[in-house]
Design a protein around this ligand. Structure first.
Ligand code: UD1
Length: 337
């Protein structure tokens, strides 16, 4: 049994699906503040397997610990958290509360239940402004906004915990840019309001929900002047969590790994790939740079490959085709069902 906080979200739901397919039992603990129960209904439809869903907030120590104890879990994958950079600048206390206080409650609950195996969702944002590329796990850590700061604080908390008690088994996964959707087109990313991230925005332009894409800057020091990122298919990312859980359970060693492809694509590369996948033109205009954006960011993925035997398999065309299938079948996300 694996206990999954935030399991109804974009990455969480895809990970639940792959865990069920691999024969694990799953309990999801989610407050649905940025996700829909329907995602988990669909995970069960696709896999023909059942999971347990508990509605609750990770900051509610009493409910969390009760659910964790009742689940009989032997490991936790911790996705629950807020993740919008711009919002974190406006609402820093909300971010520290949900992300840091929430994680603290989770760790205390785990300790009290003697469950000491944890996979944590970190982010490439902990590298701050890249000093060199590709980014390996030894790159200095920094944060440029409250969201990134919460990820750093949590990573530090986890390292302190490991040092204090060697029976903890902790895997820290630093995600690059998760995109795409399950190949069924039944689950995918369902952003609330106007999407902040590139792929969901492009998909909404293709489906006619938004008039045009703003490309934030075409004067970066990159091959075509637009920002370069390491986009990774969410199913590959989900499979990375399986590899991490297996590693922790079988070998008990703590680790920190990047989950990326190692390939950087520009905004224009993504737009063209999406046009190809959807057969729709993506109307776009160039706008000034977005505050806080860096020119290029991509992973050195070798450590994950060597340690976990995991490597991303799905290319940019597949990412766009799958995102388009999800968008086309669910133009209003889960609320349209
Ligand atoms: C953002 C967050 C990052 C977070 C990640 C995961 C910022 C500064 N960083 O990464 O901390 O972990 O999401 O969700 O917000 N772009 C456009 N037009 C758009 C949207 C994006 O041109 O409408 C460009 C951006 O300038 C960037 C690229 O597309 O070059 C990717 O942007 P985005 O999808 O928002 O991801 P990141 O900024 O890399």
């Amino acid at each position: 049994m694996i206990f999954i906080t935030g399991g109804a979200g974009f990455i969480g739901s895809h990970t639940c699906l792959e865990l069920l397919n691999a024969g694990f039992s799953v309990t999801v603990f989610d407050n649905f503040c940025n996700s829909q129960p329907e995602a988990l209904v669909r995970v069960q439809q696709i896999t023909h397997k059942e999971l347990t869903v508990v509605r609750g907030d990770i900051r509610d120590r009493f409910s969390l610990e009760a659910a964790l104890r009742k689940s009989g879990a032997r490991a936790v994958i911790h996705f629950a958290g807020l993740k919008a950079v711009g919002e974190s600048v406006q609402l820093p206390l909300s971010y520290y509360d949900n992300n840091v206080t929430g994680t603290l409650c989770l760790l205390q609950s785990m300790q009290s239940c003697q469950i000491k195996t944890l996979v944590f969702s970190s982010s490439a944002t902990v590298y701050g402004n890249p000093q060199y590329l590709p980014l390996n796990e030894d790159h200095p850590l920094a944060s440029t906004n409250p969201y990134g700061q919460t990820k750093l604080v949590i990573e530090n908390m986890l390292r302190d915990l490991q040092r204090s008690d060697a029976t903890w088994r902790i895997g820290i996964l630093r995600y690059f840019n998760p995109v795409g959707a399950h190949a069924s087109g039944l689950i995918g990313e369902d952003p609330q309001g106007i999407p902040n991230n590139l792929l969901p925005y492009v998909a909404q332009v293709a489906v006619g929900k938004r008039e045009f894409l703003n490309i934030w800057g075409n004067d970066y020091d990159t091959p075509d002047g637009t920002g370069v990122r390491d986009y990774i298919h969410v199913v590959d990312l989900a499979l990375g969590h399986l590899a991490a859980v297996n590693k922790l359970e079988n070998q008990g060693q703590c680790f920190t790994v990047n989950l990326g492809t190692g390939i950087g694509y520009s905004v224009l590369d993504v737009v063209r790939a999406f046009e190809q996948a959807s057969g729709k033109p993506i109307t776009r205009q160039y706008s000034p740079r977005r505050a806080g954006d860096v020119a290029s960011c991509y992973a050195d993925p070798r450590h994950a490959q060597e340690l976990l035997g995991w490597q991303a398999q799905r290319d940019l065309a597949t990412m766009c085709q799958d995102a388009w299938r999800w968008q086309g079948k669910n133009p209003n996300g889960y609320s349209g069902h």
